[in-house]
Every structure is written in structure tokens, then in C-alpha cells.
Design a protein around this ligand. Structure first.
Ligand code: PLP
Length: 395
């Protein structure tokens, strides 16, 4: 850990977001019933975007025209170079479509590739809008809980195949890396998932929004790294928004390698997703991919250091809290059930510790004793949050 680098990153980019119409800080009363909580919830950061990103946006603002726009070749070059140099993913321009966000995109994929009543599967605990996307669109929800052993999460492939067959699953949504448990799927695991899905003719929608947030030494594998024979029913969703803190620029990629699926998507988009790409999203994304590498290195150091602090403090002061083995994402997933009754968790976290968190019950009915903490923030906030938890457990 390089503490000087962490300090200088936080000094240069750390920012107070209060009273900026910030959902995380300014809507605590509305969301949690208490405006004075320390917000450790929702997945964005207390860090400004890279300098190169902001400069490119300012230049466009100074230009002063925000009319209809096209996406330059330089955009694709920057995006493809990012994917290729970091992950060995080879993209083609004709594969790429745009949406205003990954959530919008997976809602659309379910709508397009399944009918009402069809079964859609995902692995829990998971990012809670997956549940809404299936239920809101009147599809049949099928979930499979990941197995966990001391914070290590694995998939029971036999059970996965059994669910697919028994429930006649049509579409599987993969969360890769997996929010909230922080698992980065290996190539072997992804291949086995793809093999089973192919065998049973199941679409895979792979949400790879967290792909760039990796613990030091961990390698990310995209579904697009798999053999092309698995591409016939594959859609990959990725975006610069988690990586560079750009969520409200409303810009994400839908990658569709198969020509026939692309034609289906285009016909669908023509009716249901009629909008231009986000101008500022395009500008910020290209600039981030070109000039944001060093910034990202700094950010990842901060996240790793925050996780280390959390892990060490819990090991010392609350050793029965089970902390997930985070390989990716900036999220920490904690099982507090050895200390706090799930029924009392809200009272403990909010009233005693003064924290706003994402509660485990939002991610799975089986994780009511868990909380998710966001580590993409200033170390002092993580320290404050962790210390509040351990102090109150000791009381
Ligand atoms: C797995 C996952 N998918 C999608 C999103 C949100 O995507 P967007 O803001 O592009 O709709 C998040 C945000 O936390 C996420 O964790």
C-alpha cells in the first residue's frame, strides 16, 4: 500500500458532495428517514472524475453547442483500446449499441428476448434492480443462491443446470464482477456457465459494469473473452460510469456480437429506445479511456487500502463478522448475523451506528443479516463507519 499516493489522490480528487443535489448525501431523510446518517450506500464516489475527463467536458461547454451529434471514430478507438489492452477483448464497431444506462439496457434485453411469463434466472445475492427488471416486466423470477464458505462465493453448476431445465429458463443475467459479493468470475467458471446456457438455448446478458474495479493482482475475464461459439445468444453490457464516477451522464454500451440479435435489437430500439447518445457521456468516456488510467490506478489503491482497513479492524475487534472475499467492485459485503439479529439490523446500523447502508435483504431474502458498504470514498469515512460498527458491537 502506498499511503503517500493515497493521500495525494484524496487531496486532489476528494470532494464534499453535500448540498449538490447528491442522491447519496442529500436524500438521506427521504431514503432512510434520517438526514444525519453517514452515507455508505449506493455505488458512486466522493471523488471527482479524472482531470482529462473534466477538461474535455469544459472544452465542449465553452464551445456552447449541444445539438445532435455523431460518435467519432476516435471514440471507438479509445474504447476498443481500453478493452483490448486491459482484457484482451477484441470489439468491432458494428457490435456496439448505446443506452442511457446499464439498468435501462437489461430491462430492454428482458423485454426484447423474452415474453411475459418466461423464466429469467440470476444468481443471488445480487444488485437489487435485477429483481425489479424481471418482476416489473411480468417475467417469472428464478434465482439461485451462490454457495458461500467463509466469505468465498461459488456456483453449484449442477444446481444451475437443474434450475435452467426445471424452470425452462430463457434468459440468464450474469453480474460480472458480482455485486455485492465482489466475486470476479474465472474464465473456467464463465465457460462452464456459457456451456450450460448454450446447451439449453439460454440467452446470457452479462452485466460487466464493475469490470475495471479490481483488487490488485486480480484479472477480469469478460464473457467476450470466451470462444466465439458462445456468442450467438450473448449480450454484454458495460459502461465507464462505475469506473470514472460518471453515472448521471447516462451513457452505456450494449455489445451484441451476433448479427441476427443485432437486427432484432435495432428493430426493437427503433420503437422503444429512440434517443440520441448522451453528448457529454460520449465526450467524458473517450477522454476517460484516453487520459484516466493514472487516476484509476490511484482510485484502486484507495479502495484496496479501505478494504484492508476494514478487514484488519474486523479481524481484530469483531472477528465473527464474515467479510466477503472482495476480488472486484468497490463494495464490501458483511455478514453481521453472529452479532446482530437480522430484525434488529436496521436499528443497529442506523440508530446506533448512524450509517446509511444497502441492507442485505435488498439483495436476497437469504441475506437479511448482511450489509453492503461502499468503499469508493475517503478513508476517513470508511474508518468512521467501521469504528462505529465495532464500537457499538462491543457495547
Ligand atoms: C451490477 C450493476 N449494474 C448496473 C448498475 C447501474 O447501471 P446504470 O447506472 O448504468 O444504469 C449498477 C450500479 O450500482 C450495478 O452495480
Amino acid at each position: 500500500m502506498n499511503s503517500r499516493k493515497i493521500q495525494s489522490f484524496c487531496e486532489e480528487y476528494g470532494i464534499d458532495r453535500k448540498q449538490t443535489n447528491c442522491l447519496k448525501w442529500d436524500c438521506l431523510q427521504e431514503r432512510f428517514g434520517n438526514k444525519d446518517l453517514l452515507p455508505m450506500w449506493i455505488a458512486d464516489m466522493e471523488f471527482k472524475a479524472p482531470k482529462a475527463t473534466r477538461e474535455a467536458m469544459i472544452e465542449r461547454i465553452e464551445h456552447g453547442v449541444f445539438g445532435y451529434t455523431c460518435i467519432p471514430d476516435s471514440y471507438y478507438d479509445a474504447y476498443f483500446e481500453w478493452q483490448n489492452s486491459r482484457y484482451g477483448v477484441g470489439l468491432k464497431k458494428e457490435w456496439i449499441r448505446f443506452s442511457q444506462g446499464v439498468v435501462q439496457a437489461f430491462y430492454a434485453m428482458i423485454d426484447l428476448f423474452t415474453e411475459q411469463g418466461d423464466s429469467v434466472l440470476f444468481l443471488t445475492p445480487v444488485y437489487y434492480p435485477f429483481f425489479n427488471a424481471v418482476k416489473d416486466q411480468k417475467r417469472h423470477l428464478v434465482t439461485l443462491e451462490l454457495d458461500s464458505e467463509k466469505g468465498n462465493y461459488t456456483l453449484d453448476f449442477e444446481e444451475f443446470e437443474r434450475k435452467i431445465v426445471e424452470e425452462k429458463v430463457k434468459l440468464f443475467i450474469q453480474c460480472s464482477p458480482h455485486n455485492p459479493v465482489g466475486k470476479v468470475w474465472t474464465k473456467e467458471e464463465l465457460t462452464e456457465i456459457a456451456r450450460i446456457c448454450k446447451k439449453h438455448d439460454v440467452f446470457i446478458v452479462s452485466d460487466e459494469i464493475h469490470q475495471d474495479i479490481l483488487k490488485k493482482g486480480v484479472q477480469f475475464t469478460s464473457a467476450l473473452n470466451l470462444d466465439a461459439s458462445y456468442f450467438n445468444k450473448l449480450i454484454v453490457l458495460n459502461a465507464p460510469s462505475k469506473t470514472f464516477n460518471l453515472a448521471c451522464l447516462l451513457h452505456a454500451h450494449i455489445v451484441i456480437p451476433n448479427k441476427q440479435l443485432r437486427a432484432q435489437f435495432d428493430a426493437y430500439a427503433n420503437i422503444h429506445l429512440k434517443s440520441e447518445p448522451s453528448l457529454m457521456g460520449v465526450i467524458a468516456t473517450e477522454a476517460s479511456y484516453r487520459g484516466g488510467k493514472e487516476w484509476l490506478d490511484g482510485l484502486l489503491e484507495v479502495i484496496d487500502a479501505n478494504f484492508d482497513y476494514l478487514e484488519e479492524t474486523l479481524a481484530l475487534k469483531a472477528p465473527q463478522i464474515v467479510l466477503s472475499n472482495r476480488q472486484g467492485t468497490y463494495l464490501a459485503w458483511l455478514d453481521l448475523s453472529a452479532y446482530v439479529e437480522p430484525k434488529q439490523l436496521k436499528e443497529f446500523i442506523q440508530d446506533k451506528c448512524g450509517l446509511a447502508v444497502d441492507f442485505g435483504s435488498w439483495f436476497s431474502p437469504n441475506t437479511k443479516g448482511f450489509v453492503r458498504l461502499n468503499l469508493a470514498t475517503k478513508p476517513e469515512y470508511v474508518q468512521q463507519a467501521v469504528n462505529k460498527i465495532v464500537e457499538n458491537l462491543q457495547k
